[in-house]
Design a protein around this ligand. Structure first.
Ligand SMILES: *Cc1c(COP(=O)(O)O)cnc(C)c1O
Length: 377
């Protein structure tokens, strides 16, 4: 097999046709409003709210600040039960807001928080559950809601990966008290940087607005210790234009995911995710779990050897956030068996709308060569 000339990375940011974006940002020269909830911000908010099928949406600079704003708006304190199998942002958001993250183990099918292990971690200091819909696969939202109701806890979903995901026709952002969907350049849908907070309670509209703009209510009135996490007009313009292309992007991702699954079906030691009944997926990532005994090589060996083929994968999520240098000391005695197992074996393969299907075949062939299997012609 001939080596590819150009490197293939795990993702590639979506950009719309240049002229379309330029056309949209002309409006900024007409309005002379660059930020502070201008007309394009409002337009984007409406369009996104429809697309995401939720009651209310609040836009912000990025997903991470959206999480911190949500923690403050929900008045979370003390301890919050969360998952260590996530991006740094989830855990850091809690700690930055003075909250102790209490790590719950994950389940090995979806890599999401194990809802059946949450209750044993609840104590009188617990104020919320903060699960992550990992790789865009929904958590067990029903069980989580039941537990939250029973113990009077808030639920804040890190839905960073979930743009466009639905459960039985309901937008993923309509579960829990607030969901945060990241609109970062590397995610399924981007507004360059950005975050969307979705929720049902209209009261949160005003609270979140306060927190994203310094707590200001008028020229001489400040009523809360807010920060600055406003989305500007250039970001919103990118969002409005990109939104036109998203159905097609997700369709293209689906074709890639299905081809990967088909081609990897018979490769022993590689486990892939499956679709879940009733869920509209967005195919945000294509993670594989490498069983070193059946595959014959470890995840780390596969990761390194794929580089020889100009394929650059990522170990999402390794290490667990509980194993980060800044947290490991206080987390060293935790029982996170499944999370450690998955973090040591997970590898995410390239997937993005414009990834050619022939490259998907090339990547799978490379995996087979590394495993030293025959290439099926
Ligand atoms: C990307 C991401 C975030 C942060 O979102 P930004 O928009 O990049 O700030 C939070 N949590 C998870 C799981 C993510 O993947």
């Amino acid at each position: 097999m001939e080596k590819l000339d150009a490197p293939i990375f795990v993702t590639k940011s979506f950009l719309p046709p240049f002229e379309e974006y330029v056309d949209k940002i002309k409006e900024i020269w007409e309005s002379n409003i660059l930020t502070n909830l201008g007309p394009i911000h409002e337009e984007f908010k409406e369009k996104l709210n429809n697309y995401l099928k939720t009651d209310y949406t609040t836009l912000c600079t990025n997903g991470h600040l959206g999480l911190e704003m949500s923690i403050k708006a929900l008045n979370l304190k003390g301890e919050v039960i969360t998952t260590p199998f996530t991006f740094a942002s989830t855990t850091h958001a809690l700690v930055n807001c003075g909250i102790k993250p209490v790590f719950c183990d994950i389940e090995t099918e979806t890599y999401n928080i194990d809802a059946n292990k949450i209750e044993s971690l609840i104590n009188e200091n617990t104020t919320a559950i903060m699960p992550v819909h990992v790789f865009g696969n929904p958590c067990d939202v029903e069980t989580i809601e039941k537990i939250a109701k029973k113990h009077n806890l808030k639920v804040l979903y890190d839905a960073a990966h979930c743009f466009g995901v639905e459960i039985d026709g309901k937008g993923i952002g309509s579960f829990g008290d607030i969901s945060m969907i990241s609109l970062h350049a590397t995610k399924v849908f981007n507004s360059i940087e950005g975050g969307a907070l979705t929720y049902k309670d209209p009261v949160l509209k005003d609270t979140l607005r306060l927190y994203k703009n310094f707590g200001i209510t008028g020229p001489e009135s400040v009523i809360a210790v807010g920060g600055n996490s406003k989305m500007n007009e250039f970001q919103a313009a990118m969002g409005v234009v990109n939104l036109r292309y998203m159905d097609k992007q997700i369709e293209d991702r689906k074709k890639i995911a299905y081809l990967y699954r088909e081609l990897l079906k018979d490769v022993k030691g590689i486990k892939v995710l499956s679709d879940i009944g009733g869920v509209k997926h967005n195919y945000a990532y294509f993670p594989i779990l490498v069983d070193e005994i059946e595959f014959g090589k470890t995840r780390n060996e596969l990761y390194e050897e794929l580089k020889n083929f100009n394929i650059f994968t990522r170990k999402y999520f390794y290490p667990l956030t509980s194993n980060f240098a800044c947290y490991q000391e206080e987390c060293k005695d935790l029982d996170l068996k499944n999370a450690n197992y998955v973090a040591d074996r997970i590898l995410t393969l390239p997937i993005y709308g414009s990834l050619d299907l022939s490259i998907v075949e090339y990547i799978v062939n490379a995996i087979k060569i590394i495993k030293k299997e025959e290439i099926i012609k």
